[in-house]
Design a protein around this ligand. Structure first.
Ligand SMILES: NC(=O)c1ccc[n+]([C@@H]2O[C@H](COP(=O)([O-])OP(=O)(O)OC[C@H]3O[C@@H](n4cnc5c(N)ncnc54)[C@H](OP(=O)(O)O)[C@@H]3O)[C@@H](O)[C@H]2O)c1
Length: 298
């Protein structure tokens, strides 16, 4: 495993993270016992950067499911090892009857942080990210509340997710220190190269965390058949196309830390190995020669 600086936090994390969403959002999800085995397999493969969210669950009654899995998995690691893990969570989305809705009002955020602390079994959230902008709440109010909670010691670092350059600029004007931006970025969704967010974060020393980095829960399986050059390079290295896609993402900036999700130990191990896959300059040039495609809005 290779390691990278996590923004301006002074922390070092694995270059490949682990995204927890597939462990929680479908009724076909694994049992708690199996899910924790997958999280531990990620740790054993060197992945010390775990991405969760309070809303990764089936519905409102199940809210916090994914955080509780990560909280339990972390607590089960021996003391001396668990301190090496950086857990990133998110707030601001709700799941009434399984729908995805937004609430980033200060009162809601305050309660969400208290719940996440309980779910994750931590005295402070290492990183709390504002998940997706709620147009009913001025972001100054949301970030104001997050900064209050940070001053109270409940949050160590604040991150953003699904923000444009203009939204990041407005957020930073509140005085908040944002350590990470988590936006969609993959071979089939290269918007961050086109919308300026990849370059903006690089210039500001903010970590960029590509979500759905191997084309998402619906697209990951067919990645090789959709991207001929990725498949060709994968065949040359005798590795999976998913591994090549992750190695390519790592090449797009030293501040980039992809967070692939999975329910299978073998897949987690495959993704972890992407950190050690060196693509040649010719291979990177071939991948760069494909014009970036703008993915659909999410
Ligand atoms: N901030 C946001 O708004 C946002 C939105 C979406 C996601 N996220 C975060 O980003 C993480 C990753 O995104 P994602 O889970 O949507 O998409 P993804 O990581 O691009 O793809 C996940 C899918 O890839 C499959 N997979 C994983 N490794 C594989 C491998 N080596 N070979 C073949 N298939 C493989 C998994 O299937 P198996 O289960 O069969 O392994 C899973 O269905 C999420 O888990 C979540 O933490 C954030």
């Amino acid at each position: 495993m290779q390691y990278r600086k996590f923004g301006t936090t002074g922390w070092t994390v694995s270059a490949i993270g682990f995204g927890g969403m597939p462990l929680s959002i479908n009724t076909s999800r694994p049992s708690e016992e199996d899910a924790i085995k997958v999280i531990h397999a990620a740790f054993d493969a060197g992945i010390t950067f775990w991405d969760t969210a309070d809303c990764y669950c089936l519905d409102a009654a199940d809210f916090g499911h994914n955080e509780r899995l990560f909280g339990k998995a972390l607590a089960q690691l021996p003391a001396g090892k668990r301190e090496g893990v950086t857990l990133v969570t998110k707030c601001g989305l709700t799941r009434p009857e399984g729908r995805w809705e937004r609430d980033a009002s200060p009162a809601y955020i305050r309660n969400a942080v208290e719940s996440s602390l309980k779910n994750l079994r931590l005295p402070a959230l290492p990183v709390e990210q504002y998940h997706r902008i709620d147009s009913n709440t001025p972001m100054e109010d949301t970030y104001g509340e997050l900064m209050k909670l940070q001053k109270q010691g409940k949050i160590v670092h604040i991150g953003a997710s699904n923000h444009s350059v203009a939204e990041m600029t407005r957020a930073l004007a509140t005085g908040v220190k944002i350590v990470s931006l988590q936006n969609q970025y993959s071979r089939c969704h290269r918007n961050p190269e086109l919308d300026g967010t990849l370059e903006f974060t690089r210039q500001k020393g903010i970590a960029f965390l590509p979500w759905s980095p191997i084309d998402g829960m619906g697209g990951a399986k067919n990645l090789g058949s959709k991207h001929a050059n990725v498949a060709k390079i994968a065949a040359a290295h005798n590795v999976s196309p998913q591994r090549v896609a992750l190695a390519w993402l790592l090449s797009t900036g030293a501040h980039v830390i992809p967070i692939p999700g999975s329910t299978k130990i073998a897949h987690v191990q495959d993704c972890a190995a992407a950190a050690d896959l060196a693509l040649t300059p010719d291979e990177l040039a071939l991948l760069a020669s494909e014009a970036p495609q703008q993915g659909p809005p999410h």
